[in-house]
Design a protein around this ligand. Structure first.
Ligand code: PNW
Length: 520
């Protein structure tokens, strides 16, 4: 869509009874299956400096003199959900969501990171949001940590400081005390591999420490212990009265070997161990601890490199026990698939030491797969299916919620590629359920357009478009919103359902939002 032109969306009454029966069948979701949509605090809230909130590592990173963000933008205001949360709840209602996955900003609750100083305005904000949701029968799925670490904690090492396991426990305790009477689904930490590799092993995410092979592994151990602390605190002090459940959300990109060669199959298994086995194995297997091969590989490389000990910190027997079994469900964030192989070309490919060198695989994209606006994101629904089967096999068929899955575009309301992606992934999900996987819910990333980390506002993931140039940050449903709404309403997937959406260009100077009408 040409940026200078507005699109005018007009929905007409549609008599579905007259439709020609389609060839491909309509598939139903199981009884009780939950549909949701996701966002995170720094990405949508704005209000970055309001009402006593402390600084997070993203406030600092996005304000660096030479901005590391693609379009030089920040999350200072973003979609302004801090002030417009009621509009967000309207959207949840309109979509018919069963649940909404949002995150709590640690420094909005504890400005310095520590629990001695609780910011009342922060507590009020989340109380208002939760109550507004519950009044509209939307279940809160609450993430305690989605990447916006208090800057004060980063000054003393952030996720590489072992004390963070205690600080996180104290923070969790404040959340259970204040919100646990109404929140029945807790997610401790979102995306440990992004936090640790993205933030400490590379410069992809704040705090952009770029100390791979060392800081990423120290982070991993501390994230696991912080998670386990929150879980046991809930179990011991809150579960009996609050009766909720608590889990973690991990990234499960699928890695597919490029050939039938056993080396390539081993490469794919190694890549999966490094990406998700690193976190899922300690929590979701009977034996616990980091995966054997993962430990052996890093220890071996460390010895070759003259380190006195493995760069991967050990988990003591007590720590293994504390982490093992510390989740009532597994949250899966999964978007895409990558191809991997291993051959002599790997020599000298990666810095030494590094996480990538330890993993020792070559990762490539298949250019045949549909490409989104985001470099790493391609549409590969069969990879999603294979991933779910592997999770079932490796981790003894855990209760799974898909906590994030979605597609980015450059913008525009007519998002046919997002619709195709959502339908194909939901269909793969139904195949996995048919094959015995215990998936009980699905959440789209994201409900509304948001600050997309280092991509700024260049990649749009929302079912709803947000007008970031307009002070009221007006939200407009994309075509995919109408499709998702119908999926939720009918609890089924009809590949041929078409909302009667007419798109019409209107002159630039006309007020889009006032003219935006749809009749039901
Ligand atoms: C998600 N990968 O993480 C984050 O949780 C969101 O905050 C973010 O907006 C969304 O990705 C889109 O970028 C990721 O497969 C999960 O490479 C998986 C991958 C990357 C990021």
């Amino acid at each position: 869509m040409a940026p200078s032109l507005y699109l005018f969306l007009f929905l007409l009454i549609f008599n579905s009874g007259n439709r020609v029966a389609s060839k491909s069948k309509v598939r139903s979701f199981p009884e009780g299956f939950l549909f949701g949509a996701s966002t995170s605090a720094y990405q949508v809230e704005g209000g970055a400096f309001d009402d006593g909130k402390g600084l997070s590592i993203w406030d600092v990173t996005s304000h660096e003199k030479t901005s590391p963000i693609q379009d030089g933008s920040t999350g200072d205001v973003s979609a302004n959900s801090y002030h417009f949360y009621k509009q967000d709840v309207e959207i949840m209602k309109d979509l018919g969501l069963d649940f909404y996955k949002f995150s709590i900003s640690w420094p909005r609750i504890l400005p310095d990171g520590f629990a001695n100083n609780v910011n009342k305005a922060g507590i009020d904000y989340y109380n208002n949001l939760i109550d507004e949701m519950l009044n509209n029968s939307i279940k809160p799925f609450v993430t305690m940590y989605h990447w916006d670490l208090p800057q004060q904690l980063q000054k003393i090492g952030g996720w590489t400081n072992p004390y963070i396991a205690d600080w996180f426990k104290d923070y969790a305790s404040v959340l259970f005390e204040n919100f646990g009477d109404r929140v029945k689904h807790w997610i401790t930490i979102n995306g440990p591999s992004e936090i640790c590799y993205g933030g400490y092993g590379s410069d992809l995410l704040a705090p952009m420490l770029n100390m791979t092979g060392i800081a990423d592994y120290a982070c991993a151990k501390n994230v696991l212990l912080a998670h386990a602390n929150a879980y046991h605190l809930y179990d011991e002090m809150f579960r009996e009265h609050q009766n909720g459940t608590i889990g973690i959300a991990l990234n499960f990109t699928w890695f597919e070997p490029t050939s039938d060669n056993p080396d390539d199959h081993q490469a794919a298994r190694d890549a999966r161990q490094f990406l998700f086995g690193q976190y899922a194995h300690p929590i979701f297997t009977k034996e616990g601890d980091f995966p054997e091969e993962f430990k052996r590989k890093i220890a071996g490389k460390s010895a070759e490199q003259s380190f006195k000990r493995s760069r991967l910190p050990e988990l003591s027997a007590t720590e293994v026990t504390a982490i093992r079994g510390s989740a009532d469900f597994l949250g899966i964030n999964s978007y895409t698939t990558k191809m991997v192989y291993r051959d002599a070309s790997i020599e000298g490919m990666y810095p030494v030491p590094s996480y990538m060198d330890d993993m020792g695989v070559v990762i490539v994209k298949d250019s045949m797969w549909p490409q989104s606006q985001t470099d790493w994101l391609q549409e590969v629904p069969w990879g999603f299916y294979k991933m779910l089967r592997e999770v079932n096999r490796l981790y003894d068929n855990p209760l799974v919620y898909i906590t994030e899955n979605g597609w980015s575009t450059a913008g525009g309301l007519l998002d046919e590629d997002r619709i195709r992606y959502l339908r194909n992934y939901l269909s793969a999900l139904l195949d996995a359920i048919d094959a015995g996987c215990n998936v009980q819910g699905y959440s789209v990333w994201s409900m509304i357009d948001a600050f997309e980390w280092r991509d700024g506002y260049n990649a749009k993931f929302g079912l709803y478009e947000v007008d970031f140039s307009n002070e009221d940050r007006s939200r407009t449903p994309r075509k995919s919103a109408f499709i998702y709404k119908e999926i939720i309403k009918s609890k089924s997937l009809d590949p041929h359902y078409e909302p009667e959406v007419y798109l019409e260009e209107v002159p630039e100077n006309e007020e889009k939002k006032d003219d935006y009408v749809y009749n039901k």
